[in-house]
Design a protein around this ligand. Structure first.
Ligand SMILES: Cc1ncc(COP(=O)(O)O)c(C=O)c1O
Length: 378
């Protein structure tokens, strides 16, 4: 049987990972500044993570959500402690799209309304409702387009209020720093206003922290810099360091009812252990501090490279905007310099999403190789 051909593939076969490096089947070593799309938070095959998962799978890897699983409670408590957010409950699922899908469904249950507002350049996933609130018409089928949604310009509080006033809006969903869209972040003033408006018009505010959350920006959640309190926070990617898991943190004012949400695999034993291990390592290795400090270092290094027009993002969610389209440079970095990086819908933006325990010396190596690679583009 052939694989359904939906991914343009690089001719590289990784067989091993270690910290910020991956190794292919020919034994070539790559510096991973992409983290498999912001997923690798504590580094490939972190020993504490490998031990925790190996130990758990020897005992029990899975049982369904019809029995007690104290690991879920342990994960929720650790997440609350480390993130510093209070009075939320946790629902566990399996991916970013599923987290957002559940967030939208819950918002609609809670408000009794059915329209969702999203922003220009947003990316929230590829399943039914969340692709409908993603700003990319090419990945929406006629079925997806059946949802009631409205796109609003990013940072346009007036347009947002004009829509909310119609009083049929269940949720406003947003990324504090847009990932796929190209690392744009609105002002605190805008986020505060959006939160106020949602309260006023009884609309649920959903912060999609699937990519920016879990310490990537140097804060545990990217919204924390702006002093707002979303009603629902969605998480995935870095949460499991590669183990497929996601979740939503739900304000306690939103009441649960049996059967309202559910999943077979979500919150299974192995996923919980992966999630607990990630939080333990983030805490022990002070990875939020590392993300903040390394951004300052990157800022210094970027100043030495005239072809970089703008440094975007925060912490280890970084965008380097060049004065030319970067597809060729990105390929050169991968195939000539053995460095994985990411792209965005902004074709001039190189995205850097490394493991959160990447070291300064590894950034030195990147900037050395980048300067060499850029000679071709002078
Ligand atoms: C902000 C954001 N939300 C949601 C998703 C979807 O997550 P998943 O691919 O796990 O479904 C992504 C994936 O890139 C994302 O960046």
């Amino acid at each position: 049987m052939d694989l359904f051909d939906v991914y343009p593939l690089y001719d590289i076969t990784p067989v091993k990972g270690e910290g910020a490096y991956v190794f292919d089947k020919e034994g070539n070593k790559y510096l991973d500044l992409y983290g498999g799309h912001a997923v690798i938070s504590i580094g490939h095959s972190h020993p504490a993570y490998v031990n925790a998962l190996s130990h758990q799978v020897k005992n029990i890897g899975f049982y369904s959500n019809s029995v007690k699983n104290p690991l879920q409670t342990e994960l929720a408590q650790k997440l609350e402690k480390l993130s510093g957010v209070e009075a939320y409950s946790l629902f566990l699922c399996n991916s970013g799209a599923e987290a957002n899908e559940n967030a939208l469904k819950l918002a609609s249950f809670h408000t009794g309304k059915d329209r969702v507002i999203y922003f220009e350049n947003a990316f929230h996933g590829r399943t039914s409702g969340v692709v409908a609130v993603t700003d990319n018409e090419t990945i929406k089928s006629p079925f997806n387009k059946g949802h009631k949604t409205t796109k609003v310009a990013f940072e346009d509080a007036e347009a947002l209020e004009a829509e909310l006033k119609k009083e049929d809006v269940a949720a406003v969903i947003f990324e504090v720093i847009q990932g796929v869209g190209g690392l744009d972040e609105a002002t605190s003033e805008f986020y505060e206003r959006a939160a106020e408006l949602c309260k006023k018009y009884k609309t649920v505010l959903i912060a999609d922290e699937v990519q920016a959350g879990y310490g990537r920006t140097g804060d545990f959640f990217a919204f924390q810099k702006h002093g707002i309190r979303p009603d629902i926070i969605s998480v995935a990617k870095g949460m499991g360091n590669g183990f497929p898991m996601g979740g939503i943190l739900i304000d306690k004012a939103i009441e649960p009812k049996n059967g309202m949400l559910g999943t077979t695999f979500g919150g299974n034993h192995l996923a919980c252990v992966a999630g607990i291990s990630v939080l333990d390592v983030i805490e022990k290795e002070q990875l939020l501090k590392n993300a903040r400090e390394l951004f300052d270092y990157v800022e210094e290094k970027v100043a030495e490279i005239p072809q970089i027009r703008k440094l975007k993002g925060r912490g280890l969610m970084i965008g380097l905007e060049f004065d030319f389209e970067i597809a060729g440079l990105r390929k050169d970095l991968l195939f000539r310099h053995q460095i994985f990086t990411g792209a965005a819908s902004n074709k001039k933006l190189l995205r850097i999403l490394p493991p959160l325990n990447i070291k300064k010396e590894q950034f030195d190596a990147f900037f050395r190789e980048l300067k060499t690679a850029l000679k071709k583009y002078e």
